[in-house]
Design a protein around this ligand. Structure first.
Ligand SMILES: [Zn+2]
Length: 67
């Protein structure tokens, strides 16, 4: 039986869809971890950005007081 060929969702490398590949549809553990890491960072990006913006504004306010 011919096995399907897929592209790694992260790097695009062509791999054979093998049920013994525990990282499928990724080509390797590295690509899987990177892709999952991006998902995690995206879900936290918005609260982080808001916190950073608040911090920057507080810094600006501090500098204004000093001047
Ligand atoms: Zn890959």
């Amino acid at each position: 039986m011919k096995q399907p060929i897929v592209n790694c969702p992260h790097c695009g490398k062509i791999i054979v869809w093998d049920t013994t590949n525990r990282y499928r549809p990724f080509c390797s553990e590295r690509c899987k971890m990177i892709d999952l890491g991006q998902w995690a960072s995206e879900s936290y990006r918005i609260p982080d950005a808001e916190t950073d913006a608040d911090t920057e504004k507080q810094k600006e306010d501090l500098f204004k007081d000093e001047q």
